[in-house]
Design a protein around this ligand. Sequence first.
Ligand code: GLY
Ligand code: MN
Length: 460
Amino acid sequence: MPHRSDLAALYRNHLDQLTQYFDDAVERAGAAGTPLDGAVFHSGRVRLYHRDDEEIPFRPTPHYRRWIPPQGGPEHVVFARPGRKPTVVRVLPVDFWFDTTPPAPSYWEDAVELKDVQSFDEVPDALGLNGERIAYLGDSPEAAAELHIAESLVEPETLIAPLDWHRAVKTPYEITLTRLACEAAAAGHLAAREQFLAGSTEREVHHQYLQAADRLESEMPYGTIIAFNEKTAILHYQHKRGDAAGTGHSCLVDAGGAFHGYAADITRTWAVEDAHPVFREFIRELEATERHLVGMIQPGRSFVDLHLEAHHRCIETLRRLGVLRCSTDEAQDLRLSRLFFPHGLGHHLGLQVHDVGGHQTSPAGGCTPPPDEHVLRNTRTMEPGHLLTIEPGIYFIPLLLDSWRDGAHASAFDWQLIDQLIPLGGVRVEDDVLCTDSGFEDLTHELIEGRLAATLEPVH
Ligand code: GLY
Ligand code: MN
């Protein structure tokens, strides 16, 4: 954990940068026809499950969280105005059902105007709202109405677009928080690997992951994906089998961890020693591909180039290991890599695991879709400060392959080998990488591989 005074200095710089982003966004909103005096960022409103008095776990809205990452209660607001220190109002009801004790004083408080109130009704007065042109960003139009904010200024796209655009460039403070999230996730992965190799079930691997990462389920940026055998080919496999049938020859763990709401997102695939040798070879090949693609990160290059290179490498791997029997050209013409690698190479990472703005064309908005109907969450040109995942995969998915078994191109595949690999599922390898002025910094690879190399014999 960084020292409190380091965090305080990092936070102050973060706030300066955020203020510049905000001022720029307000100017752009004005130029686009939405003149504004400021904006209220609302952490959000608690919701209940349908016809229930049970609360849906609360997660503060991401644009709010960017202002004060460590503070995330419901109904809190940040009031930002160009050229002014932001005002933060915490709503801390007097309550004995939940603990609403004010959190201990923290490093960020001196940098903002902080006010505590007991109910949301007091927020308009605490903010001193007085008929200015204020936008509302948050999940509750009702809350906006209670703040007397015009309906037309609830989440105006003209403001959200530049704010989303700027979210892609992380500040050093945000990178520090992300590193802490990555540390937790790496601890989880190392423990999960051991648990898998010891013969545990998917469910036990999941529990061990959370324990080692020291995270509650509600503190995870997304539900862990912990799959054995054929289920590793289900991209977002959601179950955790607790029975013996779940114990595996192959295991894919796609799981993160959050720190102050900043996400880590790491995937590793392992196989036991007597798993099919070609499957183990796929793991090795994909790890090498992933290293190659990470090495391609540099400012000024489109992320799309990396994605297309991943597809090229996918075809080469499938040919080299005998799954595809056709030429590279034929495989490309038939788009065969999409059968084995049906997801994007990666995405922006931050306050949301799939962070916003990946398809945005400019700060003003617009959409740059992936080329040629590819699936890909990021089509932007990389810049220093972009935080990206690199996650190539190769899977044996019957749903995508079956229609090719009898068609005109059936001979392009080795079906006997494919049928041996389907029970092992698929492989994905994912790290979190920062684009820097000179290239890249991988935040996660060494946290896992470095520690494995230091303490354990690699299994595959
Ligand atoms: N970690 C899941 C995903 O990136 O889709
Ligand atoms: Mn991911």
